[in-house]
Design a protein around this ligand. Structure first.
Ligand code: ADP
Ligand code: NI
Length: 222
């Protein structure tokens, strides 16, 4: 689908706005996360000609504009996105579709996963999840752990599997290595699109290799 010049302009304005607003975000949602999710979404979208790529691109760019984990408001991102898009004369219909996508995009505990979403929502959700995998996923987890002062690894603290949204949000006594078992290694099987699944396969193996090596080094065996 070819975007109109006016739609390209809205996307460009959004890029410029987010670059500035999220230049220094410390919790893993800085501009370059948004950039990568945007690129992932455009790539996945190529396999789905029926998808509205204007909505996909804007939702990918704006999906972390406010973080429900920190603000406590589940709808914070869609509200903030609407406030940004409305003065750009984006239609209420498009704003509302983007809002639904970004309210549902984020991982909120293994027990909450796999909600029913539109093809545009599936693409954005998969694009975001890919950025939690592989070399970048490992780097982001370690960065987040440092930012929140979560211990790297505590051998006698076992991962908590299948957490509800409330448990996931309030789970602070774990470790960064446990996060791999509580979220990152689960993501491959929660993807919606084949295009994302084929990328996730290699990234998943890469993380498993990292963990194998990590545990060997922990015991002085490698
Ligand atoms: P997303 O952008 O995928 O919605 P989140 O807001 O859940 O991501 O988290 C931002 C980044 O920080 C992700 O890469 C995620 O895996 C990582 N992260 C989130 N919670 C933890 C945690 N408890 N320990 C380590 N890394 C975490
Ligand atoms: Ni994100």
């Amino acid at each position: 689908m070819e975007l109109q010049a006016q739609q390209q302009e809205v996307i460009q304005k959004t890029v410029d706005f987010l670059k500035q607003k999220f230049e220094k975000e410390p919790s893993g949602h800085e501009w370059w996360h948004l950039y990568r999710v945007w690129q992932n979404a455009k790539h996945i979208g190529k396999s789905y000609p029926q998808a509205n790529m204007y909505i996909v691109q804007l939702a990918a760019l704006l999906h972390d504009i406010a973080d429900w984990k920190f603000s406590g408001d589940f709808y914070a991102s869609s509200k903030a996105a609407a406030e940004w898009l409305r003065p750009l004369n984006v239609s209420e219909e498009v704003i509302s579709e983007i809002g639904v996508i970004i309210d549902n995009v984020s991982f909120k505990g293994a027990a909450e996963a796999k909600m029913k979403v539109s093809i545009e929502g599936q693409i954005v959700q998969d694009a975001d999840r890919l950025d939690a995998l592989g070399a970048i996923g490992i780097s982001r987890a370690l960065t987040y752990g440092g930012y929140k002062q979560i211990p790297l690894y505590v051998p006698d603290k076992k991962p908590k599997l299948n957490m509800s949204m409330a448990e996931y949000k309030n789970h602070t006594d774990g470790s960064t290595i446990n996060h791999f078992y509580e979220k990152l290694l689960l993501l491959k099987d929660l993807l919606h699109t084949d295009a994302a699944r084929s990328i996730a396969e290699a990234r998943h193996k890469y993380m498993q290799g990292f963990l194998d090596q990590f545990f060997k080094e922990w015991e002085g065996k490698a």
